[in-house]
Design a protein around this ligand. Structure first.
Ligand SMILES: *Cc1c(COP(=O)(O)O)cnc(C)c1O
Length: 387
């Protein structure tokens, strides 16, 4: 009797359930914002990457609508075939201007930008040094490249230096890859030290600014600006779908690198160009980031406010180290994290439990927005104190 070749799926699902690792979607209604309708009920939204509150901004919506009417709903082809519009190039110029790099290249998502860039610039004869807490897209880009991968302990510059002094000479090219703001922790990579080490061992450095663009730095250019490291040789990746409120990814760097990637990055060459609506919304968002610094100022005031209130009212709540609008506190098990998220939800607070395998230890992850007001933050602290 042949066995059912698909039977393993049910068994795997059962294992996922037993570990309290099972995931499912939750339906949001209406426009995204500081409050949203979750399963029909209004909750305060601490689960969003829309740090500046731009995803529901009428100017982005209008730009997307106008671009759709003018250029159509879909791009109809890849950038190298029929999909390229002047609008795509305008967006790339705007990103390069924000980042103060020679050029930029827009991908269909940040995930694809990482896969395409990493696998194009290193290969079998090369070495990748990767922070242990890096985003999944960096890790998978590294695997796809075929290079030898060494993970170094989170933000541990000395460990990185030791690995390089032992291994660097055995490989052709070397690439260090890191999140700038770590997406599930909220802390920052030690960029100045990483640049120094990259220089010392002749390594390329790729930094993923997904959670930093629009958020960090005087002009919102990200962690590189925050640390005063603009002008250094490095490769900057990011997304249009977090603080910029749209969809898509980008890479900013030298003119030559961008030119090379247009010829060698499969996730750029063999995929359909971003839709006119996505591009127009992102372009409008970059203008707002540059013209309305008060949004970023308000965001950071909210971060400081929440941290102060937690320190004063909930000193026993142990926050993970954070220098961003992402604040996490750990729980002892995945089941406890789920219970905490459920409690918060029933108190009108939307803040997700993040569990393995996404992170090594279960936690509640709170992300703060510029459009949260004092009442929203007070309600969060109230719900946390009744946990
Ligand atoms: C969200 C995220 C990505 C993926 O970006 P998308 O545009 O959503 O695909 C990549 N890297 C990091 C660090 C992220 O947080």
């Amino acid at each position: 009797m042949p066995t059912d070749p698909y039977a393993w799926i049910e068994e795997s699902l059962a294992t996922i359930h037993r570990a309290d690792w099972y995931r499912s979607v939750q339906t949001i209604n209406g426009l995204p914002g500081a409050t949203v309708f979750l399963e029909g009920r209004e909750v305060i939204n601490f689960a969003s990457n829309d740090y500046l509150g731009l995803a529901g901004d009428q100017r982005l919506i209008a730009a997307a609508t106008i671009a759709t009417e003018e250029f159509g709903a879909g791009a109809t082809g890849s950038r190298l075939l029929s999909g390229h519009r002047e609008l795509h190039r305008d967006l790339e110029r705007a990103i390069a201007l924000l980042k103060q790099t020679q050029d930029a290249l827009v991908f269909s998502s940040g995930y694809l930008a990482n896969l395409g860039a990493i696998s194009a610039i290193v290969g079998k004869r090369d070495l990748i040094l990767s922070d242990q807490y890096n985003h999944c897209s960096l890790k998978n880009g590294a695997i796809l490249s075929g290079a030898t991968i060494i993970e170094y302990p989170h933000c541990d510059v000395e460990a990185l230096r030791t690995k390089l002094s032992q291994q660097r000479q055995n490989y052709r090219r070397c690439l260090i890859i890191t999140d700038s703001v770590f997406s599930m922790d909220g802390d920052l990579c030690p960029l100045p030290a990483l640049l120094e080490i990259a220089d010392e061992f002749s390594c390329m450095l790729l930094i993923d600014e997904a959670h930093a663009t629009g958020v960090l730095g005087n002009t919102g250019a990200g962690c590189v600006e925050h640390f005063g490291c603009r002008g250094s040789q490095l490769i900057q990746i990011g997304t249009l779908s977090k603080a910029l409120g749209s969809l898509g990814g980008y890479l900013a760097g030298s003119k030559n690198l961008i030119d090379f990637l247009r010829n060698r990055a499969p996730t750029w060459i063999y995929t359909t160009a971003l839709s006119p609506a996505d591009v127009a919304a992102a372009l409008t968002a970059i203008k707002i980031v540059q013209q309305e610094p008060q949004r970023r100022i308000q965001l950071w005031q909210n971060v400081v406010q929440l941290k102060q209130m937690i320190q004063q009212q909930l000193p026993e709540l142990k926050l993970l180290p954070s220098s961003s609008p992402i604040l996490c506190f750990e729980l002892s098990s995945a089941a406890d994290a789920l219970k905490a998220a459920q409690h918060l939800k029933s108190s009108g607070i939307f803040a997700p439990a993040i569990r393995p395998p996404t992170v090594p230890t279960s936690r509640i992850r709170i992300s703060i927005m510029a459009t949260h007001n004092l009442t929203h933050i007070e309600k969060l602290v109230e719900a946390l104190s009744s946990m």
